[in-house]
Design a protein. Structure first.
Length: 153
């Protein structure tokens, strides 16, 4: 996991509408950058919907929310439409950004060791610095926890 107090690596990925998004486009705003394992699974849906339902509250705090998974743009589009998401979700099937942020690790799934995305959340300040980092976050409470943290910064 990347360290608090370090510069967040810039990247360019495509969102659910196949539009290129750069992290550096958000300089001047805080960014909740969260990594999740898979579209349309129970935990990932709770997390994305929680952030989406609270997006206006994040905007009041000058904060954007961006989710990243290894799913494709087409998968993200279906996820967005099915769940009526109001947040940006970025596709990284190549895993380069996921690995850059050190969130791709060996996990234990049903007794088998597999490589996968560890649910991780970063908060990046207006200058592009990481001011919060936590792995193995709880999907259901992560949106509310992050909103409270953003409000108290």
């Amino acid at each position: 996991m990347l360290e608090v107090g370090t510069k967040a690596p810039d990247f360019t990925l495509c969102d659910q509408n196949n539009k290129e998004v750069k992290l550096s486009d958000y300089l001047g705003k805080k960014v909740v950058l969260y990594f999740y394992p898979k579209d349309n699974t129970a935990g990932c849906t709770k997390q994305a919907c929680g952030f989406s339902e609270s997006i206006e509250n994040f905007h009041v705090e000058n904060c954007e929310v961006i989710g990243i998974s290894k799913d494709t743009v087409a998968s993200h589009k279906r996820f967005e439409e099915k769940q009526n998401l109001k947040i940006t979700i970025l596709a990284n099937p190549e895993l380069d950004v996921i690995k850059m942020y050190d969130v791709y690790h060996e996990k234990n799934m049903y007794g088998k060791k597999v490589m996968g995305v560890v649910r991780t959340t970063y908060l990046i300040d207006e200058n592009g610095m990481i001011i919060y980092a936590k792995e193995k976050v709880k999907a259901a409470t992560n949106p509310a926890d992050m909103l409270e943290f953003v409000r108290n910064r």
